[in-house]
Write a protein that binds this ligand. Structure first.
Ligand code: TMP
Length: 213
């Protein structure tokens, strides 16, 4: 049986990751792999309910962090772990790095408390932590992201934050990458759609060569 793969996609709102996630799913399907496309917060009926609350209701920073992890716990148990056990490719639009970036970086919430919650929620029976094996970070200047978002849909609680907030979220992603450099691939999301797509393709093929070597 083929081994399950877990890949996450990260970046500030407006960084443009969605189009590329669909393309990556297509690439894996063409290679004959079963793909599970999911997102956080969300991915199960309960986690999607939590998503609605956390994206639209005002709440304090700890409540927000707890709801993100509650949604993640459910998502891991119901969707991600079973898919990996079947040998599927799990492509997740955001995972725990988003909590470190948004709640830790953006909101300034205690980083070490997030580390504890991560350990509680993502621990595996052998004591290791479930993490994506590859995280593609679409890195973009918040001012460019704001211009892209201006013409987009009605903003949610996070999308309506000012550029300063997103600068802090971006710094949160950079901090997280410096803590776990092995699984992060940073892509310059200010490039054209095609150039970003080409970078995503390169990251994936380099990574596949390394993991199957
Ligand atoms: P998206 O699905 O549009 O990318 O958005 C989900 C929003 O939730 C986005 O603004 C980032 C935010 N978010 C957090 O603040 N913490 C998290 O842990 C996750 C997964 C998302």
């Amino acid at each position: 049986m083929t081994r399950g793969l877990f890949i996450s996609f990260e970046g500030i709102d407006g960084a443009g990751k969605s189009t590329h996630i669909d393309r990556v799913a297509q690439l894996f399907r063409e290679a004959g792999r079963a793909v599970v496309l999911s997102r956080e917060p969300g991915g199960t009926p309960l986690s999607e309910k939590l998503r609605e609350l956390v994206l639209h209701e005002p709440m304090d920073a700890l409540t927000e962090a707890l709801l993100m992890f509650a949604a993640r716990r459910e998502h891991l148990g119901q969707v991600i772990e079973p898919a990996l056990a079947r040998g599927d490719v799990v492509l997740c639009d955001r995972f725990t790095d988003a909590t470190f970036a948004y709640q830790g970086g953006g909101r300034g919430f205690d980083w070490q408390v997030l580390v504890q919650l991560e350990r509680m929620v993502q621990v595996l029976p052998d004591g290791a932590l479930r993490q994506p094996e590859l995280t593609i970070w679409f890195d973009l200047d918040p001012h460019i992201a704001a211009q892209r978002l201006a013409s987009a849909r009605v903003p949610d609680k996070f999308e309506s934050q000012p550029a300063d907030f997103f600068a802090a979220v971006r710094a949160g992603y950079a901090k997280r990458q410096s803590e776990m450099p092995g699984r992060f691939a940073r892509i310059d999301a200010a490039q054209s759609l095609d150039a970003v797509g080409a970078d995503v393709g390169r990251v994936l093929s380099d990574w596949m060569k390394r993991t199957t070597a």
